[in-house]
Design a protein around this ligand. Structure first.
Ligand code: FMN
Length: 253
């Protein structure tokens, strides 16, 4: 496989959850946001925004919501927001165009943009020696995040990102073999006893047994089963929050 500094950065990725006390400088934050803004954006609509959360009281609330109080010790915290509010203000006063902003299509476009920006910041940060963890767990209580960050109509909090100077170097988590994720000309179905999956399960069992922290006895299949047994009601606030923000109105179907 060929390599270069960009590929080396991408392949060295691991999520970082422990940070040194050093905060990011405003120049570093500006660099990360510049990288985020240069990511591709659906229909060139630039329908995402980023909120830097610096208020310790707000960070503590995000710690409560996500269950990750360690985010308060990160060098910086971002929340990436799907944002059609700004374009609603920019659009000409025309009922049809603004109504479209409430659609599932425009919601997805905002989520795509916010997600792509998040990964751009992760990678830009890693290229600068920073480490980070993306946090979907801010979705544990969407209405509270909306209130906390004073998010207007047609916005939605997509992901949090704790970023800073790493104080740990976790082992790389082995990914699925390529034949299980990359297909040609159509989907390739598997069964639970697929030998490639069985071998990957064994690899993940060894990874969990041998890693330096939080060792456990678990295959990838067990891990997925545990994820799926979480109570779906735990995140019922996602739909409440979407509706609260003006998305998915019955008239937009
Ligand atoms: C959309 C998304 C949401 C995530 N949410 C969380 C989270 O809430 N808490 C957390 O500790 N890690 C979270 N992660 C990080 C994953 O747990 C991590 O990427 C995965 O375990 C693979 O480990 P690695 O990033 O070290 O390779 C999230 C990652 C993604 C892409």
């Amino acid at each position: 496989m060929s390599t270069n500094p960009t590929l080396e950065t991408l392949l060295a990725h691991r999520s970082i959850r422990r940070f040194t006390p050093e905060k990011l400088t405003s120049a570093e934050v500006q660099t990360l946001i510049t990288a985020a803004q240069h990511a591709a954006t659906s229909t060139f609509s630039q329908q995402a925004s980023v909120i830097s959360v610096t208020d310790p009281a707000k960070l503590a609330v995000l710690g409560d919501i996500s269950g990750h109080h360690w985010l308060e010790r990160a060098g910086h915290y971002f929340v990436f927001v799907a944002d059609q509010y700004r374009n609603a203000q920019l659009a000409p006063a025309n009922a049809t165009t603004t109504a479209n902003l409430h659609s599932l299509d425009k919601l997805l476009a905002g989520i795509f943009d916010a997600t792509i920006m998040t990964e751009a910041v992760v990678t830009a940060g890693e290229s600068l020696g920073l480490g980070s963890t993306i946090m979907g767990s801010i979705l544990n209580d969407v209405p509270r995040v909306i209130d906390l960050l004073d998010l207007p109509e047609l916005t939605f909090p997509v992901l949090g990102l704790a970023i800073g100077h790493p104080a740990e170097q976790p082992e790389h988590k082995p990914r699925l073999p390529q034949e299980l994720v990359h297909f040609t000309n159509g989907y390739q179905r598997i069964t639970p006893d697929d030998p490639t999956l069985v071998a990957y399960n064994a690899l993940i069992t060894r990874y969990y047994q041998q890693r330096t922290t939080n060792q456990r006895e678990e295959t990838f299949s067990h891990h997925i089963a545990a994820e799926l047994s979480r109570d779906p009601q735990q995140r019922a606030g996602i739909l409440t929050g979407l509706r609260q923000q003006g998305w998915l109105r019955p008239t937009d179907a």
